[in-house]
Design a binder for this molecule. Structure first.
Ligand SMILES: NC(=O)c1ccc[n+]([C@@H]2O[C@H](COP(=O)([O-])OP(=O)(O)OC[C@H]3O[C@@H](n4cnc5c(N)ncnc54)[C@H](O)[C@@H]3O)[C@@H](O)[C@H]2O)c1
Ligand SMILES: O=C(O)[C@H](O)CO
Length: 319
């Protein structure tokens, strides 16, 4: 008899075909709009789970006594309770690598858009306000030749550093769990302790995973250390930042501006003060979201899942 897999996120047709050839598949294109109680019922007989964002908690796992593997269609896996998964012998996988360049493009684009106030200026033109000479009120700040501090010099951090160094002649500072010879040699990056990076950077870009160690890593104290002309970019996870402190820092002009792809609560609440601030550029957690890359992520996640259910070691097993 075929093992049963639940896919709880929309995936490309060929990925679904691949899964259908090997497994019995229950497919929920969008769990938010489909019955969650039906999903929980199906979980009782599932061997594999494929999707993203869903909190894989003790409560959810209690509904899944036969589960062997959970495969995330994302590189971040802060939605997994790894202790619970380990204690039940359930494998967990993610999709690193395939999304690196796409995410770095988005985050660097966000940095440029924030520095040069592109969304604000787009609105200025489209709303018919462009009548004469452009005055200083519309000016942005330079990106080229400035200092970029990257916190979390992993795969995506490195790809951002590459763009900044070769494309924009920026000076790169970085803070990471360990020093990285490659970025130091290839992009002339300089390792710094966190406080020093915050003090010296014109742009601070956060790219660490969300872990107990990085929870609210950037808060009031850290914003105070930053230059009042600095721009903060968060492309990692919202919970890595104390959002209240960020709002205060922006309202009080402790920092100049922020570009955000991620938030403490997602989707962001409509009454979140961040949405009212002119010096904030917001994206809807879209870093890796191009069609090509999302397809690659879904394919890789399906391959990880299939390997685990076929008794092989999945390529991207989370240890
Ligand atoms: N906005 C998006 O759509 C999007 C897309 C992809 C990834 N992400 C986020 O970006 C994160 C990074 O992705 P990646 O592929 O570069 O991962 P990665 O594992 O290659 O890199 C993470 C880096 O963070 C460093 N790090 C971890 N804890 C740290 C700490 N306490 N202090 C300093 N450095 C620390 C690690 O040493 C590592 O170099 C993901 O975990 C995910 O949360 C967001
Ligand atoms: O971690 C990731 O891969 C992105 O945030 C998409 O969820």
């Amino acid at each position: 008899m075929k093992q049963k897999v639940i896919v709880y996120r929309k995936v490309p047709k060929d990925v679904l075909t691949l899964l259908n050839e090997k497994f019995e598949v229950k497919y929920y294109k969008n769990l938010e709009t489909e019955s969650y109680s039906d999903f929980l019922q199906e979980l009782h007989t599932a061997h594999g789970l494929l999707g993203s964002s869903l909190k894989i908690s003790k409560e959810l796992l209690d509904h899944a006594p036969n589960l062997k593997i959970v495969s995330n269609i994302s590189v971040g896996y802060d939605n997994f309770d790894l202790e619970q998964l380990n204690s039940r012998g359930i494998l967990a996988t993610n999709t690193p690598g395939v999304l690196v360049d796409t995410t770095a493009d988005t985050i660097f684009g966000l940095l440029l858009a924030t520095a040069r106030r592109m969304p604000e200026l787009d609105l200025y033109v489209k709303s018919g306000k462009w009548n004469g000479t452009k005055d200083e009120d519309l000016f942005g700040v330079d990106v080229h030749h400035k200092v970029l501090g990257i916190i979390g010099m992993g795969s995506i951090g490195k790809a951002i550093a590459k763009r900044a160094h070769f494309g924009f002649d920026m000076q790169i500072l970085y803070h990471n769990r360990s020093q990285n010879n490659q970025v130091e040699n290839e992009y002339n990056a300089e390792y710094c302790e966190l406080d020093e990076l915050l003090k010296r950077s014109d742009y601070v870009c956060l790219m660490t995973p969300h872990t107990p160690e990085t929870d609210k890593l950037i808060g009031e104290r850290e914003f105070r250390l930053m230059k009042d002309s600095s721009i903060f970019i968060n492309g990692s996870r919202g919970k890595n930042v104390d959002e209240e402190a960020l709002i205060k820092a922006l309202q009080n002009q402790r920092i100049l501006a922020a570009g955000l792809d991620v938030y403490e609560t997602e989707p962001i609440n409509k009454d979140n003060p961040l949405l009212k601030l002119p010096n904030v550029v917001t994206l809807p957690h879209i870093g890796s979201a191009t069609k090509e890359t999302r397809d690659k992520m879904a394919r890789l996640a399906a391959e990880n899942l299939a390997a685990g259910l076929e008794g092989k070691v999945p390529l991207n097993l989370i240890k």
